[in-house]
Design a protein around this ligand. Structure first.
Ligand code: PLP
Length: 459
């Protein structure tokens, strides 16, 4: 076995790393193109990834918050192969097919409230884009074409298509990237950011008041939608104060603003329930966006759940302009739908939601204990997702220096058997939901050792 990230140029891994330099990865530093030595993953088994040199690592980020039922599941492979042999594609414009029809009905039956309609997309960004396009279309049909402004939050992430990226609130990632007009960002509902002496309740009051003030400032007759992740995932597992979502929904209802809950990360078990909006946060939004855990990442698929109320409004609008001119060649793709159905079967059959709820306290307790390390500013945990925030000098946080630190942590952890996903100064953990308590212990032990080794280097 050769060490991770440093394979010799002529070795099989070295050759693959060279070929990989043509692959422009997400968030690629184009100035560094050609000089990367990424770990090349050969295969996945359960919660583990195995690289081309045979090194075995726990998949800390669970793919990208998505490999919920774990790697290498025969059930999903069989469903994909079976569907590909039976029907590999159909035109969703012309006809329909069994797998997406069954999947739509199953999602609608499990979804909160009257979210009874499913619009399939190719992933999370296209689900968010579709939600926003639907909101605009809805307002046009309701005779209020000026109601098009969108409110989102700093720290949120909603995807990489033009509209979805516009709603994302990771400000440093908007540099040099053109953004759509009409998106307004509220401050981040991260309790750690509250001024000294302010209670979490008062902080919650302030964030909710800020939403209402923004709607009033823009004019309620101009605001179409508020979009929010229940937990700001890529922003670093930011958990808003209790009751924040319910109170934001009240504000939206008061001003006739649609509430879009972006559950691309939080659905399909990550928080111990199929959907988190109602079960964890007590809200029934107007739309929910889904992707990732829908197929556990085996094939791309996203979905937008739309409330029956909105569709009834549209039906009542009359006129000849009710066609929602939006859709994708791969809307309801049968192979993806078959994978999603098999994924739901596994979640149900293996009692995965109950398993998550059972191991959550252990996951939380073990990770929270990392807060005793001097460099750890805060550990945030909810369900099976966690953000371990590292700040080298609490009095003078420095984005680049702290990010370099978490990259060091990742390198050490990879060598010891854990892949970490650093998001700036945060080590983010969202392992496959099948993880056991013993595996959680191993994951956290490695993370602690990785942080300690990185601390020793920068001391
Ligand atoms: N919404 C949320 C909350 C996400 O975390 C992501 C991706 O990480 C997206 C949307 C975009 O999904 P995709 O990358 O599948 O387009």
């Amino acid at each position: 076995m050769t060490p991770i990230n440093a394979s010799a140029a002529g070795s099989p891994t070295g050759r693959l790393q060279q070929q990989d330099n043509v692959f422009i990865h997400p968030w690629e530093d184009l100035a560094a193109l050609g000089g990367n030595h990424r770990t090349i993953i050969a295969r996945g088994e359960g919660i583990h990834l195995i690289d081309t040199d045979g090194n075995r690592m726990i998949d800390g980020p669970g793919g990208m918050w998505c490999v919920n039922i774990g790697h290498g599941r025969r059930e999903i492979a069989d469903a994909i192969a079976g569907q590909a042999m039976t029907l590999g594609y159909f035109s969703p414009w012309a006809v329909s097919a069994e797998a997406p029809a069954r999947l739509a009905a199953r999602l609608a039956a499990a979804a909160p409230g009257d979210l009874d309609h499913v619009f399939f997309t190719t992933g999370g960004s296209t689900a968010v884009d579709s939600a926003l396009r639907f909101a605009f279309f809805y307002n046009n049909l309701m005779g209020r074409p000026q109601k098009k402004q969108v409110i989102a939050r700093i720290g949120g992430y909603h995807g990489s298509t033009h509209l979805a990226a516009g709603c994302s609130g990771k400000l440093s990632e908007k540099r040099h990237m053109d953004m759509p007009d009409g998106v307004h960002l509220l401050s981040c509902p991260k309790p750690l950011l509250r001024p000294a002496g302010m209670s979490v309740d008062a902080f919650c009051d302030a964030r909710v008041a800020e939403l209402e003030a923004k709607i009033l400032e823009l004019g309620a007759d101009r605001v179409a939608a508020f979009i929010a992740e229940p937990v700001l995932a890529s922003g670093g597992v930011i958990i808003p104060p209790d009751d924040y979502h319910r109170r934001c929904l009240d504000v939206c209802r008061r001003h006739d603003v649609l509430y879009i809950s972006d559950e691309v990360v939080t659905a399909f078990g990550r928080l111990g329930h199929l959907f988190a909006s109602e079960a964890v946060f007590g809200i029934r939004p107007d739309m929910i966006t889904l992707a990732k855990g829908l197929t556990s990442g085996y094939v791309p698929m996203g979905a937008l759940l739309i409330s029956d109320r909105l569709l009834r409004d549209i039906a009542g609008a009359g006129g000849d302009a009710r066609v929602f001119f939006s859709g994708f060649t791969y809307s309801g793709h049968p192979v993806a739908a078959a994978a999603a159905l098999a994924n739901l079967d596994v979640i149900e059959r293996d009692g995965l939601l109950a398993h998550v709820r059972r191991v959550m306290p252990h996951f939380s307790a073990r990770l929270r204990a990392l807060a005793d390390l001097p460099v750890v500013a805060e550990v945030r945990v909810i369900g099976l997702m966690a953000g371990v925030e590292c700040t080298l000098d609490a009095a003078h946080p420095h984005e680049d220096r702290d990010y370099a630190f978490t990259l060091r942590v990742d390198r050490h952890c990879q060598r010891m058997g854990l892949l970490v996903r650093p998001v700036y100064n945060m080590c983010v953990m969202s392992p496959p939901l099948i993880i056991t308590e013993a595996q959680i212990d191993r994951m956290v032990d490695i993370l602690r050792a990785g942080i300690e080794q990185a601390m020793a280097e920068v001391a």
